[in-house]
Design a protein around this ligand. Structure first.
Ligand SMILES: O=C(O)[C@@H](O)[C@H](O)[C@H](O)C(=O)CO
Length: 532
């Protein structure tokens, strides 16, 4: 690296600051201008250098008083008067050093934000595009959001997820605030893991402690099971809820005997677990707390939701968000399935319950649900948290389908033929309905169509781990080729991400009133891949 030339770049930046100029005409165009930070006479920025392979290599440049510059790990450096100019990697040590200087590269709670959006980035290279889209939108992006399931299947660590998000925040100069979610944590071990990495939020997934048998019991069986409880428990539950109607906003929630007994037998274990995690982790670490029950096989009724929220409230617990399992199907990678009118009617009551107890609703598997975002945006007046994740991975697959269709055909074929790999991790239509495009019908000319087919999308959405970690003779079968294509086409990936997530938030924020209107406005009318 030509350090003398970099030193003149630093002096040019300082001169621009003194002259009150911006950084839009710097001599060195490898300086990524949004990353420039100037603090007194100290200067920090990220360099983008395109190497011979066509990959963008990123380096951190720091010009800081020599008495403190030792916090950073330099690849190379030089002294200049009382300062040190150094060039380093975007690694954990340098991220920690920067966080001492810029607190906003550390995640914050969603507590003070009305709108927040989960952007699970399975590959670790989507956050820059996301941040450029979220600037000035008034939505807190939860950039670091990978479930334990995704970490395990992708062979990633939460540290990697956290750092790739934090570096993107610095690089884009995004000081509005961002979140890091220990997503779908189910045990104390997983909660502790998320906390110790530095997550600002946990999504406590109660699936394992929710009793799903209760919902299938007859009234007699339910009553028999309920009457096995301690006398004082039964007295409390009956006195508090039986045949009671609770007013929440303009709505009401009524508890029949069935509602009460089903709610207790289904959720009381989960309530006690959530209360314990709250006591042992949320309070001590001042965590942003989300409770999710969206991956249970049965819908969360309005009485179920009220019961859960009220029992938390009695214990002095108010989550930031709660994720019931709403009416209808919120499956991975495809639009909402169900009666939208009934979805809206019940969402209104769920929203009233959330407002009554002081939290927001969280919409899980929120990606691609374009047909109900207008409803959610309009009904959730208290604000919303929408969580997407695998949908960004599919936009990376879109780059592959455009730039290396042969590779995409091979990946889809493998995913289709090995779909059983994920049968213990996900539940989706493509596993059973036999509608996914058959590999023998897919070729280099039509492989892109897989990403606009519901079942094809679900096959690719869930098989990310199998695809990226498959080896033959100790070599990765797809991973290295996948990354080679993606790194050479990061700009195209960023463009696809921007279009795709804009469709989500423009509908949620009411810019467009229907899925059709949003797609017509945002979906390219030509093959934009040819521009890259
Ligand atoms: O695949 C996963 O485990 C995640 O994408 C998870 O489903 C996601 O974080 C979520 O809950 C919202 O889509």
């Amino acid at each position: 690296m030509d350090l003398k030339s970099l030193l003149s770049d630093v002096h040019e930046i300082l001169a621009d600051v003194d002259a009150g100029k911006g950084f839009d005409s710097l001599s060195n165009q490898e300086i990524y201008a949004p990353s420039i930070q100037v603090d007194r006479r100290n200067v920090y920025f990220i360099l983008h250098h395109k190497n011979e392979k066509g990959y963008v290599e990123k380096s951190l440049v720091v010009y800081e008083n020599r008495l403190t510059a030792g916090d950073f790990e330099a690849r190379e450096s030089m002294e200049d008067v009382d300062s040190t100019l150094l060039v380093g990697d975007l690694n954990e040590k340098n991220n920690v050093a920067l966080a001492k200087r810029f607190a906003w590269i550390r995640p914050v709670s969603r507590r003070n934000y009305k709108y927040s959006f989960g952007l699970g980035d399975r590959l670790g290279n989507a956050s820059n595009a996301h941040l450029r889209l979220f600037k000035n939108r008034g939505i807190l992006p939860v950039l670091a959001q990978q479930s334990i399931r995704e970490l395990m299947l992708m062979h990633r660590t939460n540290t990697d997820v956290f750092l790739s998000a934090s570096w993107a925040v610095f690089e884009e100069g995004f000081d509005y605030g961002w979140g890091a979610d220990g997503d779908h944590v189910k045990t104390e071990y997983e909660v502790d893991y998320a906390v110790k990495v530095g997550c600002s939020m946990i999504t406590l997934d109660c699936t394992e402690v929710i009793n799903n048998e209760a919902v299938n019991l007859s009234d007699e069986e339910l009553d028999q099971r309920f009457n096995e409880l301690d006398e004082d428990q039964k007295k409390y539950f009956n006195d508090t809820y039986l045949n009671k109607t609770f007013k929440v906003g303009d709505s009401e929630v009524h508890f029949t005997k069935h509602d009460l007994e089903e709610s207790v037998l289904t959720f009381y274990d989960a309530i006690l677990f959530a209360a314990q995690i709250y006591r042992d982790y949320v309070v001590p670490y001042n965590l942003d707390f989300e409770i999710s029950m969206d991956e249970t096989p049965y819908q969360t009724t309005n009485p179920n939701h009220y019961f859960f929220a009220n029992e938390l409230h009695r214990r002095g617990i108010t989550p930031v968000t709660m994720a019931p399992r709403f009416y209808g199907e919120f499956q991975k990678a495809i639009d909402y399935i169900g009666d939208k009118d009934r979805f809206e009617r019940e969402l209104v009551v769920h929203e009233a319950i959330a407002e009554h107890f002081g939290y927001r609703l969280s919409i899980h598997s929120g990606s691609d649900k374009l047909s109900v975002y207008e409803i959610i945006g309009r009904v959730a007046k208290n604000g919303w948290h929408v969580k997407t994740a695998g949908t960004n991975w599919l936009e990376a697959c879109r780059v592959i389908a455009h730039k290396d269709p042969k590779l995409m055909v091979e990946m889809y074929t493998y995913a289709y033929e090995h779909l059983d790999d994920v049968k213990n991790f996900y539940v989706f239509n493509a596993q059973t309905d036999g509608k996914a495009p058959k590999p023998e019908t897919i070729n280099e000319e039509n492989v892109l169509s897989v990403l606009s087919d519901d079942d094809g999308r679900q096959v690719m959405h869930t098989m990310y781990g199998s695809l990226m970690n498959l080896k033959h003779n100790y070599h990765y079968v797809f991973r290295d080729k996948f990354w080679d294509v993606l790194k050479k086409n990061q700009d195209l990936y960023d463009r696809f991400l921007n279009i795709h997530i804009a469709e989500h938030i423009d509908l949620l924020q009411g810019k467009y009133k229907s899925k059709e209107e949003a797609l017509d406005a945002l979906e390219p009318k030509t093959d934009i891949s040819k521009e890259y």
